[in-house]
Design a protein. Structure first.
Length: 112
């Protein structure tokens, strides 16, 4: 299980990637995070994050009719959001490479 503290550091980038794949709404984002194995992320975590992404102009939104209730706010990445996602991917690659080296003992084996 992924701890909440570990997830907090990467949640924004994961959400940007989900939105990049297709226009989507908050509840659907929580379900996709769970499907990808990131555990249950509460809507109480998602909604403030989505507001921050909008405030920072990383996503835009549009209200659309729903077949099962009130209108839903669907999110899309802005150009700034696409740039932020690309930066996240690079940062993640760098971080995961370093951590994998550390926990995989690559540097320690080279010393032997």
């Amino acid at each position: 299980m992924i701890t909440t503290q570990m997830l907090k550091g990467v949640l924004e980038g994961c959400i940007l990637q989900i939105i990049n794949e297709e226009e989507t709404y908050s509840y659907e984002i929580t379900k996709k995070l769970e499907e990808y194995g990131l555990g249950e992320v509460s809507e109480g975590t998602i909604y403030p994050l989505m507001l921050r992404l909008q405030k920072n102009e990383l996503v835009s939104s549009v209200l659309k009719e729903s077949n099962s209730g009130p209108k839903r706010k669907y999110f899309n990445l802005t150009d700034k959001g696409i740039q932020e996602l690309e930066q996240f991917k690079q940062n993640w690659t760098d971080l995961s490479t370093s951590v994998n080296k550390l926990i995989g003992g690559i540097k320690n084996e080279q010393k032997r």
